[in-house]
Design a protein around this ligand. Structure first.
Ligand SMILES: Nc1ncnc2c1ncn2[C@@H]1O[C@H](COP(=O)(O)OP(=O)(O)OP(=O)(O)O)[C@@H](O)[C@H]1O
Ligand SMILES: [Mg+2]
Length: 284
């Protein structure tokens, strides 16, 4: 369903993605992990065209994302994106945030958009928060609203860029729970995260990046039991070192285990903050 073929990108003379390739089949969950600055955010933003590439290609279904003739707005209806910092519209209520793109992009009636929004808010456990403003919600609640908003356009693919790394630890679990449920419902997902417990629960594949390269793409069991590359081994060891009391093999898997906050570095990209541009790049 998603095919990333030999993509490369540089900022000025500095390469940030070097010949990166992998595929994601329909219904699969791919987790991208790796050290800070390895290119994870840049790569995921190339998938829906928020970042340009210098060579290679990205296909979603039959659509070539970086073809200049591609209507990116049409494409992004199919690809929901959730960021580290929620990116909700502060002047709109939760319901307003969920209805705006449905009405402007999909042309849904107020009634239809509201019904869908309330359905999605119930799905993320926020049915009673519809009339609050983002500033009246906790970080975990805001991120669940952001997920519901991305789902409101009925996407075929969901992209997540460190959706829990800006949250207080006690709020990480509630967001991961929503993501686990989404994965189990069969959503095709690419998730940049260091939540290795989440990865072990729902990922089909792990893509491990370092210094702009995909060093390893492994089945999740293989990655955790026997990573191929020394760089992945070192990365896993650093995670284990930061949680020395946790025994990877024996403890029960919970989505929230092994939280690693490697960076608060906000992702780059050309998404606009203007009133007529959705954070995932939809223009309306
Ligand atoms: N707009 C930009 N201009 C120049 N360099 C950039 C820009 N955006 C990112 N970079 C550089 O590209 C590299 C990859 O950045 P990216 O944000 O994709 O890494 P990351 O793996 O997501 O890191 P983190 O885990 O800290 O979020 C880094 O060296 C970063 O400094
Ligand atoms: Mg990043």
């Amino acid at each position: 369903m998603i095919s990333i073929g030999n993509i490369s990108k540089a900022y000025a003379a500095t390469p940030v993605l070097k010949n990166c390739s992998f595929t994601v089949d329909k219904g699969e969950v791919v987790v991208i992990c790796g050290p800070s600055g390895s290119g994870k955010s840049t790569l995921i933003q190339c998938v829906n065209g928020l970042e340009s590439i210098q060579s290679g290609q990205v296909r979603i279904g039959e659509i070539s994302v970086h073809d200049p003739h591609t209507n990116l707005s049409m494409l992004r209806r199919k690809v929901g994106m959730v960021f580290q910092h929620f990116e909700l519209f502060p002047h709109l209520t939760v319901l307003g945030n969920l209805c705006l793109a449905q009405r402007k992009v999909l042309g849904r009636s107020r009634e239809h958009a509201t019904d869908r929004a309330l359905e999605l808010l119930a799905r993320v456990g926020l049915a009673d928060q519809a009339y609050k403003y983002p500033s009246q919600l906790s970080g975990g609640q805001q991120q669940r609203v952001a997920i519901a908003r991305a789902l409101s356009l009925d996407p075929e693919v969901m992209l997540f860029d460190e959706p829990t790394s800006a949250l207080d630890p006690e709020m990480v679990g509630e967001v991961l729970e929503v993501m686990v449920a989404l994965a189990r419902d069969g959503m095709t997902m690419i998730v940049v995260t260091h939540e290795m417990g989440f990865a072990r629960m729902v990922a089909d594949w792990i893509v491990f990046m370092d210094a702009g390269e995909i060093v390893e793409k492994s089945r999740v069991e293989q990655f955790f039991s026997c990573p191929e590359s020394h760089r992945a081994k070192a990365f896993l060891a650093s995670i284990t070192r930061s949680h020395p009391t946790q025994d990877r093999a024996e403890r029960p898997v919970s989505a929230q285990e092994e939280t690693v906050h490697t960076s608060q570095h906000a992702s780059s990209g050309n998404r606009g903050a203007g009133t007529n541009q959705d954070p995932s790049g939809l223009v309306f």
